[in-house]
Write a new protein. Structure first.
Length: 123
């Protein structure tokens, strides 16, 4: 597991949104998708509102690699499925950061969304 440097971790975590592009089998990047990003401890996470059936999520599952951009940081990453033990911290982070969007934030707190929780690690 690779760790984020403190400055990049802080910048990405503070960003309102993140652009994520997963890598295709031929090495090219898919078009980026804009989403919410949260920090729990020293790690960054994203979730698919549509759960594991979400198109962008499925794209991350072929090579588990891609690129993110947020808060002035552009970083190649690997996508790791979060363990269920990480879900509570990620839920709390979504509620804290995006709680003002009450009707929307609940969509990333469902069981299908939790099942799509990805930990972003720099590479």
């Amino acid at each position: 597991m690779a760790d984020w440097n403190g400055t990049d971790l802080d910048k990405v975590a503070a960003a309102e949104e993140l652009d994520l592009a997963s890598e295709r089998a031929n090495g090219t990047l898919r078009d980026p998708v804009t989403m919410w990003v949260v920090r729990s401890g020293g790690r960054l996470y994203v979730r698919s509102v549509k759960g594991p059936d979400g198109p962008w999520f499925r794209g991350t599952q072929s090579l588990h690699r891609g690129r993110i951009e947020a808060g002035g940081v552009r970083q190649d990453v690997t996508f790791h499925r979060a363990d269920p033990g990480e879900y509570a911290g990620v839920d709390a982070a979504y509620r804290k950061k995006y709680g003002r969007y009450t009707s929307i934030v609940e969509h990333v707190l469902t069981d299908p969304a939790r099942a799509s929780t990805l930990r972003l690690e720099p590479r």
